[in-house]
Ligand binder design. Structure first.
Ligand code: SF4
Length: 489
């Protein structure tokens, strides 16, 4: 187990899990290298800008409704805060929750601070933020600058304990420390586990549901609730629109379950190790196989196996014939997938269950193990059951590589989870479907929705065709014809 709460910070994924950001090969080759312990990072002699892990870390923390973030860095780093008021404010509004105590402030470090330090400015910013907004906890967001000059963020906790009587939790998400932005998930969950979660006083009937937004597009929270209620338990959704009070009680939950193993590995394993809360290690609840595995593994822990079968069979009876009717029209279609590693391998399984051929899977990084030392279960499933040994690449949003692959694969459809990736596909005339909402293919209902979405995208091509005719690509034909791994050592 790679989690140690005595440390001030989570080790980054590269060193903790042996994760990589550059690979070009096949599913089975990647599996062999991962299992034999010989998977190593390749380097690029050229690369485009990617994401900073502090963006990932602090955006996670910003989902909590009653906390404040004091970003200890130059104001440029705090551009990370840009989409926070819209996205998470809107979600809270939709759910009828309050965010009046939320704030994101910044110490605006300057050049002189890199010489003299700025810990006093940080203390002043924390006190001011507390007095103005009265949050229930304050996260200190580290930056490259605070990290390089070695600011002692932990010293602030003791120094301010009388003036700021709430938890203060440093998040060590200095951008230079990791090339993998998902390290930011772990940085935030480490701070939550170390400084916010309290030892259990009792055991509740709550299940910690770790998800990204817990979207409201399709009453997804309602769908999860209906399943969990049938098993006699209640969900608490983290981190979007959660509260500090709910975080404190994560240790009292009866289990932890998640919609994404990349997101939840650290907190799920951490809660299990520290407080004995069982972490459900299942496939993600996407597609029929994933949903059934998710529901059954949870039911096993709750000793509700019969109840789950009754619930599933009723739902399946209604949706499966509808799914089959749509899927009939998708058989034989060729697909490429480009998304994060957790979702990518799960979506490969769904497309194969539709009778489609996955030609290529491109993921933003690859974890050869989770925090329990096990191969991620959806990847293990692919190694065992995939119909073909599809080509596989790992690139951290390197569009120049990814567009090259797409241009060579020329699938009938590209499935993505990030808008910036989707648009490139449309520009070269390949229909794309963006499954940004993590509940797009949740359960039987979501599987039907996803299959219908693919059918719609494939059969309504006029937008993509017209766009491709009018767009001038920044890439020349000679580049598009080269092998995609040209820049990999
Ligand atoms: S933390 Fe570092 S990498 Fe991230 S935005 Fe700031 S300077 Fe850039």
């Amino acid at each position: 187990m790679t989690i140690n709460l005595r440390n001030n910070e989570a080790a980054v994924r590269e060193s903790r899990l042996g994760s990589i950001t550059a690979y070009s090969g096949t599913l089975q080759d990647l599996g062999n290298q991962s299992c034999n312990g010989c998977l190593s990072e390749k380097s690029r002699c050229f690369s485009q800008a990617s994401n900073c892990n502090s963006m990932c870390a602090l955006n996670q923390a910003a989902r909590i409704n009653d906390v404040a973030i004091v970003h200890h860095g130059p104001s440029g780093c705090a551009a990370t805060a840009m989409d926070v008021p819209n996205t998470w404010g809107l979600l809270a509004e939709t759910l009828g929750k309050s965010r009046e105590n939320f704030a994101w402030t910044c110490t605006d470090m300057k050049e002189s601070d890199t010489v003299f330090g700025a810990i006093d400015d940080l203390k002043e910013a924390i006190i001011e933020t507390y007095n103005r907004y009265k949050p229930k906890a304050i996260f200190i967001g580290a930056s490259c600058v605070s990290g390089v000059i070695g600011e002692d963020l932990e010293s602030v906790i003791d120094d301010l304990k009388n003036e700021v009587p709430i938890p203060i939790a440093p998040i060590h998400c200095e951008g230079f420390k990791s090339q993998i932005w998902a390290s930011g998930f772990d940085a935030t969950f480490h701070a939550i586990l170390k400084y916010i979660v309290k030892p259990p006083k009792t055991k509740s009937n709550k299940v910690n549901v770790i998800n990204f937004a817990g979207g409201t597009t399709w009453d997804s929270r309602g769908d999860v609730k209906r399943l969990l209620n049938a098993l006699g338990v209640e969900p608490t959704f983290f981190l979007a629109s959660s509260t500090v009070e709910e975080l404190k009680k994560m240790s009292e939950a009866i289990a932890t379950i998640s919609t994404c193993s990349t997101l939840s590995s650290y907190i799920g394993n951490g809660l299990e190790k520290q407080y004995g809360v069982p972490y459900i290690r299942s496939l993600q609840p996407h597609g029929v196989v994933g949903y059934e595995d998710w529901a059954r593994k949870l039911a096993q822990v709750l000793n509700k196996e019969k109840k789950v079968e009754t619930f599933l069979s009723k739902e399946k009876e209604f949706y499966q014939p509808k799914i089959d009717a749509v899927v009939e029209k998708l058989k034989g279609k060729r697909a490429m997938i480009a998304m994060g590693p957790g979702f990518g391998v799960n979506y490969a399984r769904i497309l194969q269950s539709f009778g489609m051929t996955v030609e290529h899977l491109s993921v933003w990084h690859f974890d050869k193990q989770n925090d329990d030392g096990q191969l991620p279960s959806a990847f293990a499933y692919q190694l065992e059951y995939s119909d073909n040994n599809f080509t596989f690449s790992v690139n951290d949003l390197q569009n120049f590589e990814y567009l090259n692959i797409l241009n060579n694969v020329l699938p009938d459809i590209l499935i993505t989870r990030h808008a910036g990736t989707t648009v490139w596909s449309s520009k070269i005339g390949i229909p794309a479907l963006n499954v940004f909402d993590e509940y797009t293919s949740f359960g039987y209902k979501g599987t039907l929705r996803f299959a219908q979405g693919i059918l719609f995208a494939i059969t309504n091509r006029s937008f993509t065709d017209n766009l491709a005719k009018r767009v001038r690509l920044p890439y020349k034909q000679w580049w598009l014809k080269q092998p995609a791994d040209t820049f990999l050592d």
